[in-house]
Structure formats: C-alpha cells, structure tokens
Design a protein around this ligand. Structure first.
Ligand code: ADP
Ligand code: MG
Length: 454
C-alpha cells in the first residue's frame, strides 16, 4: 500500500517529479506498531539535514494521505537510515536507484535569458558525489528562505555548481513566475558595482535597489570577489539586507568558507549561518550516467565501449567529460569514420595525458575565453572582425602570451592562422586597455584564475 499512499500524496499536492523522486520515493516504512508508523529516511542519499525538511514539508501531507488510503489515523515518526542500519543490517541494498533516469519531458523554454535552459534538476544526474548538494538545492528551491539560508555550495571546476544554481532558479520561477530571482556571477556583481560608482550620472542607489529588492539571490563563483575590499563590503550589506528580510541567498565557490583566505571574517561567519555542502568528483558509475544523459540530450548514438573508455579516462571534471563526447562526435564526422574506441583514443589524445598533469594549451585558453564571453570557438577562429568576437580573440592572444611559452607565430597559428603582427597588435591593444579599464582588469583576473586555479 505504500506505493498507493505515495502516489496519492503526489497527486493531491501536485508534487514535481524531481521532488517526488528525491524526497518521497526513497522513504521506506520501517515499522508499523499500533498507531505509529516509523519511516526511514536514507541519509546517505539525501543527507541527515533533510530529516527536518521532510518532516516539516511532507509530514502532515503524508499523515493525511495515509489516513485516506488506510482509513486509519496514524502518527508518523521519521528516523535516519544510519540509525536504523545499526539495528538492521539488511536494509543496506534497498536503495540502489540512485541513477534513475526518469524521463521527464524536457521543455527548453528559455523565458529567462540569464539562465541556461538545459541546467535544470531534470538533467542533473545524482550520484554519491553530489547527492547532498542536490538534496539541499532542491530543498531550497521548494522552500526558499525557509530551510537553509544561505546555502553555500562548493566544489572544484566543472563539477556542477552552476548547473545546480540554475536548477534552483528554474524551479523557483516555475513554481512562482512572479518571484524575483536574480542570478549573477560574482564578476558581474563587481562590474556593476564599479559601474555604479564610476558613472556619475547613475544613481548609486540603483545598484542597491537592484540587489536588495529581490526574493532570491544566487551568486556564482564568489571566490572571484574575494580580495576586493569594496566589493566584499557592498556584498556584506546586500547579504545582511536580504537575510534580515528573509530572502534566500545561494552562494557557490571553489572552496569552503573556512579555506578562503582573503574572506573577511564577518562574511565568513555569515556564510556559515546556513548550510554548506560540497560536490566531489564523480565516481565511475556517475560518470557513465552523465555520459548517457548527455548522449540522450544531444541525440547521439555512441557505443557503450566508447563510453566506458571515456568514463575510465576522464575523471575529475564533468565539463571535460561532456567535452570528450562532443569532440569524438565531431572528430568522427570530420574524418567520416565510425566511432570506435580507436577513434576515441585518437580524438582525445590531447585530453588524456598519461600522467594526468594538464598543460595549459592555447586551445584550453581559447575555450575558457570563449565560454566567458559567450562566443563559440569557431567564431573565435573565424575571420570575423566584429568587436564582440575580435576582442575575446585578442584577450586569448594576450593570455596565451602570458600563460604559455608559445611564440607569437604559434599563437597566430592556433587562432585561425593569423600572422604574428596581428597577434602582436592584439596583445598591445589589451595591454594598453588594461591600464585604465577596470572591467577588463577584472575579466583578465577571473580568466587567469579559471585557466590556472592555483
Ligand atoms: P561548475 O560551475 O562547478 O564549474 P558546471 O555547473 O558549469 O560546473 O558544470 C559543467 C558541465 O557539466 C555543465 O555542462 C553541466 O551541465 C555538467 N554537469 C555537471 N554536473 C552534472 C550532473 N550531475 N549531471 C549532468 N550534468 C552535469
Ligand atoms: Mg560555474
């Protein structure tokens, strides 16, 4: 009957698939005694912090659903999986459905241009490396400002922080299209702040108004504002205003607050008011599940052996994992060859180096810069001269010169076969602009950190 109860609950409260799958499906009846039902929450899957959330949010609806289905009035009690495991060993393999790819129809409506339509909970693969961050994010998305405030998500590059943040924003906006949700990178926050100070015509309170009159603030990659005193100060006030008026704040970073050296103490302690969760590198099963998801989303058909090859060799970064799939697909089309493990080995030879030490290459720099400025790599290499493409190209030249040993000629070759005078001109331009353009200084700083996180 448990299934029937859960289904009744879902229908009655119009619970979304992802919420259902995350909170309710993993619940198990542990014991029924007289009029008390004990329900087991698997803390390995959703974290021990979730117990209060589930109790508060689903406790009463569950009680009602049980009564409806059984015609009997039960009290319910929640216990955590680990507590019960001590009593009962055989529970351990009842929850293997970590990677259930419930096929929710994807509707990439991009009503929100500042959000990537593909970064939703539905496309996020949950594994042991990120299940706690996922559960906390979903809890916040379901009940903004009621559970963890702030929510602080940290983890290495390309592990899904931005994906989770956009998922939260999408979820909140879908439930409540009127909610004022603001997603910004910390770099954008800084630039807007600088702009509001510099531009004498603009009213500095405009900046404040924008950031303080919202319901949810998501600020991505907070590590990039650290070390900038004025930005930290402004952010401190923004944080306080929002927190005091019970607005949700979600922050991401590459490190936990305690390890961010230049973070002001008062900000650090505020970040720790709420919940801090991490995302780790994915294990093999999760890597495979992510590749399969990507294959499905992109409509690719790739042999399982090839998938295994990728998942075995690319371990630490999901962006690279996905990039490998795209690269192999492109390579096979270019060479007009079928996708085999051999072809994959060829296509990925730059990506998979034997000692796993990544060199900073011109390609890598070009990739980071193009992502940052939202242009495609193809455009960067093309002969297009419009400023929105030429400038990122010149910035790439500048960074290649600074961060690699490549000669001007080599840099030119890598960037769509340009000659060395063009490269020199590009580098000069950026160098000059850097003297006075604070936004550019910021961009270069952020890009340098992205390219070489040490
Ligand atoms: P970060 O912000 O931590 O650097 P991103 O959120 O940009 O990382 O993720 C990098 C890429 O990997 C994105 O394309 C994202 O969709 C994908 N990705 C990360 N984690 C997952 C996941 N658990 N399931 C599916 N895709 C993921
Ligand atoms: Mg990110």
């Amino acid at each position: 009957k448990w299934d029937v109860i859960l289904q009744a609950l879902k229908n009655e409260h119009d619970i979304s698939d992802v919420s259902f799958r995350t909170w309710l499906l993993p619940l198990e009846v542990y014991d029924v005694k007289d009029n008390l039902i004990t329900i087991l929450i698997n803390d390995k899957q959703i974290g021990s912090d979730s117990i209060n959330f589930i109790r508060r949010k689903y406790g009463l609806p569950l009680k009602v659903a049980i009564e409806e289905v059984t015609n009997k009035n039960y009290e319910i009690e929640f216990i955590l999986g680990s507590k019960a495991e001590k009593l009962h060993k055989e529970d351990s393999n009842t929850t293997s459905s970590n990677h259930n790819n419930t096929n929710t129809a994807l509707t990439p409506t991009n009503a929100y241009p500042f959000l990537n339509p593909r970064y939703t909970f539905d496309t996020f693969v949950v594994g042991a490396n990120n299940n706690l961050a996922h559960a906390a994010s979903l809890a916040v998305a379901e009940s903004p400002a009621e559970v963890y405030n702030p929510l602080f998500i940290y983890g290495g590059v390309g592990l899904g922080k931005t994906h989770l943040m956009h998922s939260i924003a999408h979820f909140i906006l879908k439930n409540n299209p009127k909610a004022k949700v603001l997603y910004v990178t910390s770099e954008k926050f800084t630039n807007e702040l600088i702009e509001s100070i510099r531009n004498e015509n603009s009213n500095p309170s405009q900046f404040r108004e924008k950031y303080r009159n919202i319901d949810v603030l998501l600020i991505d990659d907070i590590q990039f504002i650290i070390g900038k005193e004025s930005t930290q100060q402004e952010f401190f006030h923004t944080f306080n205003t929002l927190h005091e008026s019970k607005k949700q704040i979600i922050i991401s970073s590459d490190k936990p607050p305690k390890d961010i050296e230049t973070l002001e103490e008062r900000l650090r302690s505020r970040f720790e008011w709420g919940l801090t969760v991490d995302i780790q590198s994915p294990d093999y099963e999760t890597r495979m599940a992510i590749l399969k998801k990507k294959e499905e989303l992109d409509g690719l058909h790739i042999d399982n052996e090839v998938m295994k090859y990728i998942a075995t060799n690319i371990k630490s970064n999901i962006r690279e994992l996905e990039g490998a799939l795209t690269k192999i697909d492109a390579y096979s089309k270019l060479e007009k060859k079928e996708i085999t493990v051999e072809l994959a080995t060829q296509a990925l030879k730059d990506l998979i180096s034997p000692n796993d030490k990544k060199e900073i290459t011109a390609d890598f720099i070009a990739q980071i810069v193009s992502e940052h400025f939202n242009v495609t790599q193809a455009e960067m290499l093309s002969s297009k001269k419009s400023r929105n493409i030429a400038y990122p190209r010149q910035i790439t030249m500048y960074l290649c010169r600074k961060m690699t040993e490549l000669s001007l000629t080599d840099i030119g070759k890598k960037l769509g076969n340009r000659d060395h005078t063009t490269v020199l001109h590009g580098i000069d331009k950026v160098t000059k602009d850097l003297e006075k353009d604070q936004t550019l200084q910021n961009a270069i700083e952020v890009l340098t950190k992205k390219i070489n996180p040490q």
